[in-house]
Ligand binder design. Structure first.
Ligand SMILES: [Zn+2]
Length: 673
């Protein structure tokens, strides 16, 4: 662990915004519309998400979602008791967060792909919840004696968020009524029992359904409820001004509400939702500061922050929980929607294309609780050094460590799809993240289809086809990634226009019939210095990692519900992993990139659409330590001492593939000079 520098921390607080080793970038922000009727109205978001189902995945993204529908997401409710026999659906198993978590991803997946059997089952489950809502507005799992006993509101906040999404997909008026009745009960219940524990740390999740119903009914009591939730909930701005949040949780350390990584990922959107409610200028600033703080003290090259499962520093050996990945993605989608700052779209792509697929097995059936940036193997490891997680946390399995990710991981890809395109306040369309897709929307009553054909992020060219039903003027707002020096756009075969990295580029014109827009985001390889002076290779939104041969071994076969295809697996290296990269000045020797076809499974070692080679040498002294790749020593220690020979092994080319395509990997390498 790097020593925590208290003076540096205090100085960064005094400066207001921490100087960070991975700056978010200045960006240009789309200013949202000022609320028309003062503080009693919600501020409009900069860009409004389209209704669920208006965006369909195509190309590699459609294949990725199909894997999910054919894998765990499409089948979890058929065999896993905590969903299949959930109390939410009239069963006897868990009656808390797990069934709502699963629905939070299953609903958008089923409606985006139009999977009839999934839609039918989900409708049955939602009907059960709505039909068994009590006369006083509480849902059935809420205990009868909750008036006398305390009840943590978290699962109800989540259930209402999920049901609002179902209403968005189906328009079923009974579901909107059910959410409204539940929120009314909650408004009174919070006077009796204020938020505590999970509800207190996740209060802003409740703002999502409150805003959803308010935007459709304009009933003022809903804003009173939103203010009540904010008053009773944790003030994350104050929390992140405490020194404790900067300190990595010690290995085998103490679990804390305040440092819980999933709470942190979720809370990244609290300021955006709070800003819509109160329009406090400091909420706008705070959204960026919180992410900069996390980068500085816990940041990982994947765009995530470590937490296994409490915030655990910048070492590439510490884990990041999958729930935190999908929650941070939804937070970034919300931040981009509310503030229209391209920096949040850049970050969303980084997490979606690296951290998300890395924790999911290529076949869509198993996942990791914790992923590591340097993950030489995934084994049941009693010698582990997570902060508070268990020896099974980086297995690929059904419920490694704990079943929260088993139920919550499903929202990652489907919500990414449903947030790719958003409506601008002036009747145009803005891109949040680039991936092959087709969106439909109406601009002043004119139906428009917008199709993005591309193998991005494995390629740097994208073709957008804008097709209005009849000639219409509206803006198409392109997000120009901060890394895309030399970005260009050509409209309808016209001259190439330069675009400025880190900005939003508006194409505001009269669109006649289908018009092709050719976009290029040149991707230059970048070598970044990471934890303890190790180096990582990035190119565009992708991080590259060593491709290691894999041996998968089935474990826990006798445990319940582990019959294939949903079993547990250890993964061990079948080829050497202990390489350092040979430096050539400020870059890496022999670094070249070669296009490959994007495979049927886009995020798999075999399916990698872009492959790199680099010159490396094995380091015999770099071995497993307590079951993990040993920590790379800091620059003032032996390995980076230019006067000391670290290795006399011969130079050889090694293969690097996108981080998200790997299952075991080395990503932060010793640099050999
Ligand atoms: Zn989890």
């Amino acid at each position: 662990m790097a020593a925590f520098d208290r003076r540096e921390f205090l100085a960064s607080l005094a400066a207001g915004v921490a100087a960070t080793t991975a700056p978010l970038g200045a960006g240009t922000e789309q200013r949202p519309a000022t609320p028309a009727s003062g503080p009693r109205a919600l501020a409009a978001p900069a860009f409004a998400p389209l209704p669920l189902g208006a965006i369909r995945p195509t190309g590699w993204l459609a294949r990725q979602l199909r894997l999910q529908a054919d894998g765990l997401t499409g089948h979890l409710d058929e065999f896993w008791p905590d969903v299949a026999d959930s109390q939410w659906f009239g069963g006897k198993a868990e009656g808390w967060e797990r069934a709502p978590y699963w629905l939070d991803g299953a609903i958008p997946l089923a409606w985006i792909l139009d999977v009839a059997p999934m839609k039918a089952r989900i409708t049955t489950y939602v009907n059960h919840i709505v039909e068994h809502q009590r006369a006083d507005g509480w849902y059935a799992p809420y205990p009868e004696d909750a008036v006398a006993k305390r009840y943590d509101m978290w699962a109800i906040l989540l259930a209402n968020k999920v049901l609002a999404q179902y209403h968005d997909a189906t328009g079923d008026p009974r579901v909107l009524d059910a959410v409204k009745k539940s929120l009314r009960a909650m408004a009174q219940g919070l006077d009796r029992t204020p938020l505590y524990n999970w509800g207190k740390f996740r209060w802003y999740e409740g703002l999502v359904p409150v805003f959803y119903v308010y935007e459709r009914t304009k009933e003022p009591w809903l804003l009173d409820l939103a203010h009540k939730l904010r008053r009773q909930g944790v003030d994350f701005e104050a929390l992140f001004a405490t020194e404790d949040l900067a300190v990595p949780t010690p290995r085998r350390g103490l679990w804390k509400w305040t440092k819980h990584v999933v709470n942190t990922g979720m809370a990244a959107k609290a300021s955006a939702l709070g800003w819509r409610l109160d329009q406090r200028p400091r909420d706008r600033a705070w959204s960026t500061k919180m992410i900069e703080f996390l980068d500085r003290y816990h940041g990982q090259v994947t765009g995530m922050f470590a937490g296994d499962e409490c915030l655990s520093g910048r070492s590439p050996l510490q884990g990041t929980e999958l729930c935190a990945v999908v929650e941070f993605m939804y937070s970034l989608e919300t931040l981009y929607s509310v503030f229209g700052n391209p920096v949040f779209g850049d970050r969303l792509e980084r997490v979606a294309f690296n951290a998300l697929p890395a924790a999911l097995s290529p076949d869509g059936w198993s996942h990791q609780y914790d992923q590591q940036v340097n993950q030489a193997q995934c084994t049941i490891n009693p010698d582990h050094r997570w902060s508070t997680n268990s020896p099974e946390s980086n297995l690929f399995g059904l419920e490694p460590n704990f079943g929260c990710c088993t139920s919550n991981m499903h929202q990652g890809w489907p919500k990414f799809v449903s947030h790719l395109w958003m409506k601008t306040p002036d009747e145009g369309i803005a891109v949040a993240a680039y991936a092959p897709s087709r969106a439909t929307f109406a601009s002043r009553g004119v139906p428009v289809t917008i199709a993005l054909d591309t193998d991005y992020p494995f390629r740097d060219t994208l073709t957008l086809t804008v097709s209005p039903a009849r000639a219409a003027r509206f803006p198409v707002v392109l997000r120009v990634p901060a890394w895309a020096e030399g970005a260009t756009v050509r409209v309808g075969g016209g001259a190439a226009q330069a675009m400025t990295p880190g900005t939003l580029h508006r194409l505001d014109q009269l669109w006649h019939g289908p018009t092709e827009v050719a976009i290029r985001f040149p991707m230059a390889a970048v070598v970044t210095e990471r934890y303890n002076g190790a180096v990582a290779i990035e190119r565009g939104p992708l991080v590259y990692a060593l491709k290691i041969g894999e041996t998968w071994t089935r474990v826990n076969a006798a445990k319940p519900h582990r019959e294939l295809p949903h079993g547990d697996f250890e993964v061990r290296p079948a080829t050497p992993w202990n390489y350092g990269l040979v430096a050539a000045g400020r870059s890496i020797a022999g670094l070249t990139f070669t296009e490959q076809p994007v495979g049927p499974v886009p995020f798999s070692p075999e399916g990698a659409g872009m492959v790199a080679t680099a010159t490396a040498q094995r380091i015999p002294s770099w071995k497993l330590d307590a079951g993990w790749a040993a920590e790379i020593a800091p620059p003032d220690a032996a390995w980076a001492d230019p006067g000391r020979t670290i290795t006399t092994e011969p130079s050889e080319p090694v293969t690097l593939i996108p981080y998200g395509c790997t299952n075991i990997r080395i990503t932060e390498f010793p640099k050999l000079t």
